[in-house]
Design a binder for this molecule. Structure first.
Ligand code: GLU
Length: 355
C-alpha cells in the first residue's frame, strides 16, 4: 500500500504508525467494481500442495476479497459475479454480457475503474475482446492466478491487490484494457499466456507497459493501436448473431480434411500457419477456394512476429488476409467482430493493420 491510497477507515488507526493521521485525513476512497468470472484465482483444493487438479471457480468474489483485507482500505469496492465456469468454456456471447456489465459500471460517475477476475486459459481473448468493444477510457484491468486460492504460495491475492491498485490509478486511464499478473502490466493486444503452470506465465508480445512495486503501478508506455474509445466495434452486441470463426493449426503433412470441413461449417477461418504465415503447398488450392467463400486470415503458430501481406503467400491472388502481429486466438476475436460489422475484405485488411 502506498501513501496515495492509504485507508481512511476506522481500523486503520490501530496500526500505531506515524501515517495514521494521513489515513484518517483522506476524504474518501476511490470506488471500483470487481467483476468475478471464475478461474484459478477462485480455485479450491483440500490439498494445499495442489497446483493442478483443483476445482477452478469454486470461491465467491467476497471470499477472494476477504483474503486481502487491505484492498478495502485502498478502495470502496462493489462486486458482481456474472458467471464462473472455467474460461475454456467462455463464449463470445458471455463476453458481450461481460462487456455490458462493465459498460454499466463505467457509465457510473462514481466508479473510477473496473477489475475483472478471469480464468487464465482464455484471459487474453477476453482482454482483447474488451479492448475492442468497450468505449470507455476508465481503467479496465483483468487479473487471475496460476495457483488456486488454497495453494501454498497462491498468487491470486497479490495479483488482485495489484489489479485494484492499477484500476484506481489515474495514470491507468486511456491505456486500453490491461492484464495485471505477477507485478506486470501488459496491454490486452500484446498479452499472452506463455507457460502452463508457472506464476510468471503471462508475457507481452512486444513490451509490457508498466510494472508494480510496493503495490504501486508505474506506467512506462502507452499502446498505440486503436482500442476502447478509438474502436469502431463498441456498438456491437450479441443480438446481431455471432459467426463461427475457426482456427486451423497448420503443420507439414496436414490433411485436407479439416479445411474441407471448414468449407461447410465455418463462417471464417484463421490459419495458425507455420513461420511467417506459410502452410503446405498442396493446400494452396483449397485455401484459395475457402477464401472465395469466406474470410481467411493467415496468422502464425510462432509466438512472436508478424505475418506480412503478400509475403509467404500472394494474398492479393489468393484472397487471404495477413494477420499482422495478432496471434491466432486474438485474430479470431478481431475477425469475429469484423464479420459482425459485415465488413468487406478491404475493411478487414484495414482492421488487421489498425487494431
Ligand atoms: N482452466 C481454468 C480457466 O481458465 C483455470 C485456469 C486458470 O485460471 O489458470 O478458467
Amino acid at each position: 500500500m502506498t501513501m496515495d491510497n492509504m485507508p481512511n477507515d476506522s481500523t486503520a488507526g490501530r496500526t500505531g504508525n506515524g501515517l495514521d493521521r494521513l489515513i484518517t485525513d483522506r476524504p474518501s476512497l476511490p470506488r471500483i467494481a470487481v467483476v468475478a468470472t471464475g478461474g484459478t484465482i477462485a480455485g479450491y483444493s483440500s490439498d494445499p500442495a495442489a497446483t493442478v487438479g483443483y476445482t477452478a471457480g469454486a470461491l465467491d468474489v467476497s471470499e477472494l476479497l476477504d483474503s486481502i483485507p487491505e484492498a478495502r482500505k485502498m478502495a470502496d469496492i462493489v462486486t458482481e459475479q456474472p458467471f464462473s465456469p472455467c474460461s475454456e468454456n467462455r463464449t463470445m456471447n458471455e463476453r458481450f454480457v461481460l462487456a455490458k456489465t462493465i459498460r454499466r459500471f463505467a457509465a457510473n460517475p462514481e466508479i473510477a475503474g473496473i477489475v475483472v477476475t478471469h480464468g487464465t486459459d482464455t484471459m487474453e481473448e477476453t482482454a482483447y475482446f474488451l479492448n475492442l468493444t468497450l468505449g470507455t477510457d476508465k481503467p479496465v484491468v483483468l487479473t487471475g492466478a496460476m495457483r488456486p486460492a488454497t495453494a501454498i504460495g497462491a498468487d491470486g491475492p497479490a495479483n488482485l491487490m495489484n489489479a485494484i491498485a492499477t484500476a484506481i490509478s489515474p495514470d491507468a486511464a486511456g491505456r486500453g484494457v490491461m492484464v495485471v499478473m505477477n507485478d506486470t502490466i501488459v496491454p490486452a493486444r500484446s498479452v499472452t499466456k506463455g507457460h502452463t503452470t508457472r506464476v510468471d506465465a503471462f508475457q507481452a508480445i512486444g513490451q509490457s507497459i508498466g510494472v508494480l512495486a510496493n503495490g504501486r503501478p508505474e506506467f512506462l508506455l502507452t499502446p498505440t493501436k486503436r482500442h476502447t474509445t478509438m474502436s469502431e466495434f463498441t456498438e456491437l452486441d450479441e443480438s446481431i448473431g455471432i459467426p463461427q470463426v475457426d482456427i486451423v493449426s497448420c503443420y507439414a503433412e496436414m490433411s485436407e480434411a479439416i479445411l474441407e470441413t471448414c468449407l461447410s461449417c465455418s463462417d471464417a477461418v484463421v490459419l495458425s500457419a507455420v513461420g511467417d504465415g506459410a502452410f503446405p503447398r498442396k493446400l494452396h488450392p483449397l485455401v484459395h477456394a475457402l477464401a472465395g467463400k469466406m474470410p481467411v486470415v493467415r496468422s502464425t503458430r510462432v509466438a512472436d512476429g508478424p505475418v506480412v501481406r503478400n509475403g509467404e503467400l500472394n494474398d492479393d491472388e489468393y484472397g487471404t488476409i495477413a494477420g499482422n502481429s495478432l496471434n491466432p486466438q486474438k485474430a479470431r476475436v478481431l475477425l469475429t467482430l469484423c464479420l459482425m460489422k459485415k465488413m468487406n475484405t478491404c475493411d478487414i485488411i484495414r482492421c488487421f493493420g489498425e487494431y
